[in-house]
Design a protein around this ligand. Structure first.
Ligand code: 6PG
Length: 262
C-alpha cells in the first residue's frame, strides 16, 4: 500500500438508485477510455448485494451500448467469492449471472468465475487450490508469470464495504491481509455472514488497479465510512483503508445514509 497514494474522491448520491446510476456512468466512462487506449476494459467485480443494481443497469443492452461500452471488449473477474457451488444462494457468481449476465449483452466467455465446486468441477478442491487456479486464470488472461512481482493491472476494481471494515474478502485480523506475493488467496470467514470460506484478491492486485470504486449504501455503514475516510485506521483493523493504489485513483460512491457521519 502506497502511503503517498492520492486522497480518495468522495461522491454522495441521494439514494441507492442514484448511486447505481452514478456508478454505471463512471464504469461506462472508464470503459470507453480503456477500450480506446488499450483495446479492452478489465473489471474486477465486487460481490455482496450493493452492486447488483449496477450490474442490472450494465446488463440492459440499451444502457451499455447506449453508453458506448464495448461489451465484447469488456472482461470481468470476481474480486472475491464464497467457496460454495455456483448454484448456491450465497455465490457471488450466481448474483453476477442473475444480473450482469442475464441479458447476454456481455459474452459469457468474458466473465471468469472463481472455479468453486460446480458441475464442471465435481472434485473437491481446497481453498488454496481454488485460489491458485484463479491466480493462474489471471496470469493467463494478462499474460504474466503467475503470482509474479508485477500483478495484473485492472482498469477498474469495484469494491464494497462491510460494517466491520472489510472489503472484498479481506477481513480484519486475517492472514490474507499480509499476503504480498499471491494475487489470490483464501480466508476463513470474518464476523459477518455468510460463514463460509472465501477466496479474495490480495492487496497487491487491488492496489495495482488504475481505478478503485467503492459502492457503499445505508446508515449501518456510516460509522465505518467515517472511520475509514477520516481516521486513517490501520488496514489490519479496517482492511478497506488498505486500498491505496500506488498509481490509481480511489472513488467512494456513497448514498446520503452512508455519508451521514462524514
Ligand atoms: C462479498 C463482498 C463483500 C461485500 C461487502 C458489502 O463477497 O460479500 O465482496 O466485500 O462487498 O460485504 O456487502 P453488501 O453490498 O451486501 O453490503
Amino acid at each position: 500500500m502506497d502511503q503517498n497514494a492520492r486522497a480518495p474522491q468522495i461522491e454522495t448520491l441521494p439514494d441507492a438508485a442514484a448511486l447505481a446510476r452514478r456508478a454505471f456512468e463512471i464504469i461506462a466512462e472508464i470503459g470507453r477510455g480503456a477500450v480506446a487506449t488499450r483495446g479492452r476494459f478489465t473489471v474486477a467485480l465486487s460481490g455482496g448485494s450493493t452492486p447488483a443494481a449496477v450490474y442490472r443497469l450494465l446488463a440492459e443492452s440499451g444502457a451499455a451500448n447506449g453508453a458506448g461500452l464495448a461489451t465484447a471488449q469488456t472482461f470481468f473477474f470476481l474480486g472475491d467469492e464464497r467457496l460454495v457451488p455456483y448454484e448456491h444462494p450465497e455465490s457471488n457468481f450466481r448474483m453476477v449471472r442473475e444480473t450482469l449476465m442475464a441479458t447476454g449483452v456481455f459474452p459469457d466467455g468474458n466473465v471468469f468465475p472463481v472455479p468453486t465446486q460446480d458441475d464442471q468441477h465435481p472434485e473437491h478442491r481446497t481453498p488454496h487450490q481454488i485460489a491458485e487456479l484463479y491466480s493462474a486464470s489471471l496470469a493467463s488472461f494478462f499474460g504474466l508469470p503467475i503470482n509474479g512481482p508485477a500483478p495484473p493491472v485492472f482498469d477498474l476494481v469495484l469494491l464494497g464495504l462491510g460494517d466491520d471494515g472489510h472489503t472484498a474478502s479481506l477481513f480484519p485480523g486475517k492472514p490474507a491481509l499480509d499476503e504480498r506475493r499471491e494475487w489470490v488467496t483464501w480466508s476463513t470467514p470474518g464476523v459477518l455472514p455468510p460463514p463460509v470460506d472465501r477466496v479474495t484478491f490480495t492487496f497487491p492486485v487491488l492496489n495495482a488497479a488504475r481505478r478503485a470504486l467503492f459502492l457503499v449504501g445505508g446508515e449501518k455503514k456510516a460509522e465505518t465510512v467515517r472511520r475509514i475516510l477520516r481516521d486513517n485506521p490501520d488496514p489490519r483493523d479496517a482492511p478497506a483503508a488498505g486500498v491505496r493504489p500506488s498509481a490509481g485513483a480511489v472513488t467512494w460512491l456513497l448514498d446520503e445514509a452512508a455519508a451521514s457521519k462524514l
